[in-house]
Design a binder for this molecule. Sequence first.
Ligand SMILES: Cc1cc2nc3c(=O)[nH]c(=O)nc-3n(C[C@H](O)[C@H](O)[C@H](O)COP(=O)(O)OP(=O)(O)OC[C@H]3O[C@@H](n4cnc5c(N)ncnc54)[C@H](O)[C@@H]3O)c2cc1C
Length: 326
Amino acid sequence: MVAFSVIPIIELSRVCPGMVTAMGVSMGLTGAAVMSKGTIEQKERWGLDLLTMDKIGAWAITEPDSGSDAFGSMMATARRDGDEYILNGSKTFITNGPYADVIVFICKLDEGNPPAERTVLQFVLDSGMEGLEQPKPFRKMGIHSSPTGMLYLNDVRVGVDRLLGGSEEAFKGSGGRDASKATFSMERTGVSAMALGIVDRCLELSLEYAREREQFGQPIGQFQLIQLKLAKMEVARMNLQNLVFRHIEMAVEGEAIDFAEASAAKLYSAQTATEVALEAVQLFGGNGYMAEYEVEQLARDAKVLQIYAGTDEIQISQIARSLLAP
Ligand SMILES: Cc1cc2nc3c(=O)[nH]c(=O)nc-3n(C[C@H](O)[C@H](O)[C@H](O)COP(=O)(O)OP(=O)(O)OC[C@H]3O[C@@H](n4cnc5c(N)ncnc54)[C@H](O)[C@@H]3O)c2cc1C
């Protein structure tokens, strides 16, 4: 079952990592957040439509002044007002944000206490709610098939039926942060499957080109420097495949991947996909820099893997923190 869901990610990432990002955020993050943390009513109301892609989802934590320090600098708030909550805040770089039907909005409960002590809550919103604005997408370097944009919430009034889990209790203490971290782990393991797709396609294209393109009277694949690139791409492909197989096996066994391992896998996968895609551009020479060649798109698309779902630098500090923990 798990393998069936990973294989389309790998296959689609070979041609369109942007589409995988958009679908992954909708089903894998937003849908999974509702299905894992929601009440039965919430799963029925939003979860099923997200999983079947009848509705598009967005998962919103990042803010203009709160990226890597997602919890520490978070400004978005929920204030209690009778039996309801009033939500305010701005989110940025939100995948599917401009067109999402359903949004998981992450914010802090403002009880007049210092921001560092506030409980992190998640609310489920529907497009079109009063006070919710979904502006048009940003223009960006790659993954053009994945719309990315801001969200503005201005006094959006919600009932407790929209509080994920149906009660604040589950989120008290570090509960809200832990719930979001579980989503980060899922997102990070997904990056390995995407990286495998990108690397696999880059290798396939590079092999074809190395056989066909001739210089100095012979195919460029005869030059040892080109052979080195191909051999390194194959090693990268094998390593990524092994990582993905491990994630599948763990999922089949019902074992959850821990946060540090998910971070390590994400760091390696993102760097590897970017390096391989850039080497593919190099192997194609001038053609590789031209938009009509697929490797140009793959190189632009691969780069985002080092930024979203936590930057390389953040993965490194999370791996090290876990290694150094007593
Ligand atoms: C295409 C795209 C789609 C995205 N989709 C979503 C989405 O669906 N939902 C969502 O909530 N977010 C999304 N994001 C946001 C993404 O998760 C953030 O961009 C990312 O976490 C980095 O935050 P930032 O951009 O604010 O960079 P910053 O945190 O400002 O970082 C700037 C630089 O400083 C470095 N840095 C920061 N802190 C440290 C540190 N402690 N040690 C060393 N270096 C550090 C960073 O690594 C980076 O190099 C998306 C981003 C992109 C580009």
